[in-house]
Write a protein that binds this ligand. Structure first.
Ligand SMILES: [Zn+2]
Length: 404
């Protein structure tokens, strides 16, 4: 047998098998996940192992709910705990302020408690300061508690860019009792964000030959099926076992798919549409998952309009029925955007189509005109499916500003 420790043999082996594998750091999952109820006391030892001077990053409402139990845990464990608000947006200004609080407190651990934006801020400020982070989701609206990714927004809430983190959180505490205190629509939005994994991953990575990406795409399909089957039942019975399964699907399994797929299992048009909509002030009253869910319909509609894709038309009809059942938005009016002008909508389409946007992971070219046509026709009946010439929408859409 050849001695492969010799350089010449390694070189010849590479020559025979192609280029060496690129070096990649995988951030698939949190080091530890603890699920249950009343977790701050249960998880006290695990938290204490990570640090003695934690800074809790949470909004004021969340802090009001969690303060008593987390402070009791800190006293019992002898931790020197401090608290700072994340400021409402995971923005560069709020991150700079949090870094100063961390330095002031000489924090050695960040504990993020809240929804997606609070957790994104906690994860990113921990990443920037080299500290471990514990995430505690207070709603099932996103998988931010799991993923090695933070979205950065302007102070006004417009999406700017995302940051890939080197690791997932060191500890994720999924406290079902805490999640159940959130408005029930947060779970609906979480279902919208989670089900998008299939529609986006299958388009961006459905033909991959890489083991982990194949796994991610298949898990996304399983996740879609679980959500289609269980969501309505779960929403009718908060706190039940089926409700917990759906919470696990949106908070944990969606995170597994993001972790397995990594940067190459990309979001596509659904999230690009979300990102574009965040640039409209009128969209700030709706949750991330609501906008993403609407974005899935836009993506499918694009596949219908540009490619004449009948499967996309069928999938859209299936989703419209599902959305009606559980209360996800089917059109701009459902997102509270009934009075938005065509000029504003065109601006959000421009943002969604800027160079480098994930919308360009679609297997065909998309421009803002295509996108506008899809955005205003998400509830069109199946019969209208036809592949139209790419410039054929322009005449209808050039009469701005017109309320929709
Ligand atoms: Zn999302």
């Amino acid at each position: 047998m050849a001695d492969l420790t010799r350089t010449s043999d390694i070189t010849s082996t590479i020559a025979a098998t192609g280029s060496p594998a690129p070096i990649a750091t995988l951030a698939i999952a949190p080091a530890q996940v603890i699920r249950g109820q009343g977790l701050f006391s249960t998880a006290a030892a695990a938290i204490t192992q990570l640090g003695q001077r934690p800074l809790v990053v949470a909004g004021s409402q969340t802090w009001a709910i969690g303060q008593e139990s987390i402070e009791a845990m800190a006293i019992q464990q002898g931790l020197n705990l401090s608290h700072a608000s994340y400021g409402g947006e995971c923005s560069e200004a709020n991150l700079a302020r949090l870094r100063a609080v961390i330095a002031d407190h000489r924090a050695d651990l960040v504990i993020g408690i809240g929804g997606g934006k609070a957790l994104d801020a906690a994860k990113l400020v921990a990443h920037q300061t080299g500290l471990p982070v514990v995430t505690v989701p207070t709603s099932a609206a996103t998988c931010a508690a799991w993923t090695a990714l933070s979205n950065v927004y302007s102070d006004q809430g417009a999406f700017l860019y995302d940051v890939a983190l080197t690791t997932c959180p060191q500890l994720l505490l999924l406290d079902y009792a805490l999640v159940q205190t959130a408005p029930s629509h947060t779970l609906v939005a979480g279902i919208g964000d989670a089900i998008a994994k299939w529609y986006e991953a299958s388009v961006s990575s459905g033909h991959s030959d890489q083991t982990l990406i194949i796994a991610a795409v298949q898990q996304a399909r399983v996740l879609r099926d679980l959500l289609l089957q269980k969501s309505a039942h779960a929403l009718q019975a908060p706190g039940s076992s089926v409700w917990r399964e759906v919470v696990d699907a949106t908070v944990l399994m969606a995170g597994v798919i993001g972790g397995l797929g990594g940067a190459q299992c990309r979001t596509v048009a659904a999230h690009a549409v979300h990102n574009g909509l965040t640039h409209l002030l009128q969209s700030h009253g709706t949750l991330h998952g609501d906008k993403v869910a609407y974005g899935i319909l836009v993506q499918l509609r694009l596949e219908e309009l540009v490619q004449g894709n009948l499967l996309a038309a069928t999938a859209r009809q299936q989703l419209l029925k599902f959305y009606r059942e559980i209360g996800l938005p089917q059109c701009l009016a459902d997102l509270g955007l009934m009075d938005v002008t065509l000029a504003d909508l065109a601006r959000s389409a421009e943002v969604a189509c800027h160079p480098g946007s994930d919308i360009h992971h679609l297997p065909f070219e998309v421009n803002p005109t295509h996108l506008l046509a899809a955005m205003v026709s998400t509830t069109a009946p199946c019969a209208e499916v036809r592949a139209l010439p790419r410039e054929s929408y322009r005449a209808d859409l050039s009469t701005d500003p017109t309320p929709l």
